[in-house]
Design a protein around this ligand. Structure first.
Ligand SMILES: C[S@@+](CC[C@H](N)C(=O)[O-])C[C@H]1O[C@@H](n2cnc3c(N)ncnc32)[C@H](O)[C@@H]1O
Length: 392
């Protein structure tokens, strides 16, 4: 691990450690102060409110304990020898992630979102059953980039495939490692994912609902098989081609990475992108990478919307071109990270006419939720997802 990787990891650990105070400061204290600021007359109009605030406080503490237990395991797994006082300080974005990850936990690891996960899983099962006999599946290599908290990886391993997840975010990697390798029993933990949102609740219970995770015991489900692995880093950096892609924060020009990309080329039979392709700031890099990592005849299966993550991002990043043999760089410049939000039609056109993919199945506008499994909330967002299977 490089020094900057260690610093980023520590910064993420620090953010999880800081969740308790951050969440109390951001969500609980302002409301407690507001309650105290009411006149006695108004306090008596809502006599249950003090008790409700106590419960919000308690729920934050439960969430914090979940993170703190994960952290005590993580410092061992990741061999962190510095004391928490020496860890790099988290940014506000790091802290916000410690909050949003609770929705991701619900999406991937709760019974409540089973129906949501099945939208893709049922389609995958049907395709796999018609394509790969069970007897050969352990030799079929599947890659799941943007694997999040690892649930889809587990589901695919359970179907018998040799499956590698890939994930960029240390927030995701730390929690997924805990869920995948922590030996947790089914429904062992309760988290309170909805306490960070105060609007749109039908009643107080709706906000205070606890969700049990994980809905399966990974150890029992996988029975100790050796088919699951996870890579840490940017998808294009690890699996992309050594040509056509510019050096940037997502794609490096070190001899090690060039070698790793060379090794990964044409190594996978299936790439499954689930709620992933719109995380690209250059979707052509993603298509290049999918094409590069697939064996001839391999399949790209996609499910998700085109809600480009960088669409409103005002930042610029430094890029440059480099010689893939010597590593010599040229054309260093600053480029906007937004601005290449290809439509579905564009993506299909490029993939088929320029990369030679053949579409073998396609559905558009499949409605799917994403981790907001609170049936008692009055707001409910759904995504219009595109699904396809293409053959290289
Ligand atoms: C919207 S989430 C989807 C997670 C999971 N596939 C699911 O369906 O729940 C997108 C994930 O992609 C990860 N990600 C974003 N850019 C990435 C990159 N360049 N390489 C690898 N992972 C990336 C994010 O950290 C995040 O975990």
């Amino acid at each position: 691990m490089t020094n900057s990787d260690s610093a980023a990891l520590e910064q993420t650990l620090s953010s999880f450690l800081g969740y308790r105070e951050y969440a109390l400061d951001t969500y609980w204290r302002p409301r407690f102060k507001r309650w105290q600021s009411l006149t006695e007359y108004q306090q008596q109009l809502i006599p249950w409110y003090a008790d409700y605030l106590d419960q919000v406080h308690e729920a934050v503490i439960c969430n914090a304990v979940f993170y703190e237990e994960m952290l005590s395991q993580a410092v061992i797994d990741w061999e962190i020898d510095k004391s928490p006082m020496q860890w790099s300080k988290p940014t506000i974005t790091d802290m916000e992630k410690t909050v949003s990850i609770f929705s991701q936990l619900v999406r991937e690891w709760s019974q409540e979102c089973n129906h949501e996960r099945l939208v893709l899983l049922k389609r995958l099962e049907s395709f796999f059953n018609s394509t790969y006999p069970k007897s050969i599946r352990s030799n079929v290599n599947v890659l799941v980039p943007g694997a999040g908290l690892g649930r889809l990886v587990v589901d695919i391993v359970k179907l018998g495939f040799n499956t590698e997840g890939n994930e960029l975010s240390y927030h995701m990697l730390l929690i997924s490692r805990y869920l995948l390798n922590g030996g947790l029993q089914k429904n062992q933990l309760t988290i309170y994912p909805f306490i960070h949102i105060f609007g749109n609740h039908l009643n107080r219970e709706s906000q205070l609902t606890g969700v049990n995770i994980p809905d399966v015991s990974v150890a029992d489900e996988l029975g100790g098989n050796n088919l699951m692995s996870m890579s840490a880093g940017s998808f294009v950096d690890i699996y992309g081609p050594n040509i056509h892609i510019k050096q940037s924060g997502y794609y490096s020009n070190t001899p090690e990475m060039r070698l790793q990309r060379g090794t990964n080329s044409k190594s996978k039979d299936v790439v499954i992108t689930c709620f992933f392709i719109d995380t690209a700031n250059n979707i052509l890099d993603y298509i290049e990478t999918i094409h590069n990592v697939l064996k001839p005849g391999g399949y790209w299966i996609n499910f998700g919307p085109l809600l480009y993550h960088f669409e409103n991002d005002v930042h610029e990043e430094q890029t440059c071109e480099f010689d893939s043999l010597t590593g010599a760089i040229s054309n260093v410049r600053l480029e906007p990270v937004k601005g290449l939000e290809l439509s579905l039609e564009d993506i299909l056109l490029v993939s088929t006419t320029k990369f030679g993919f053949i579409i073998i199945d396609q559905e558009i506008r499949i409605e799917s939720g994403y981790g907001k499994a609170n049936s008692r909330s009055t707001s409910d967002s759904k995504y219009q997802c595109n699904y396809w299977i293409m053959r290289k």
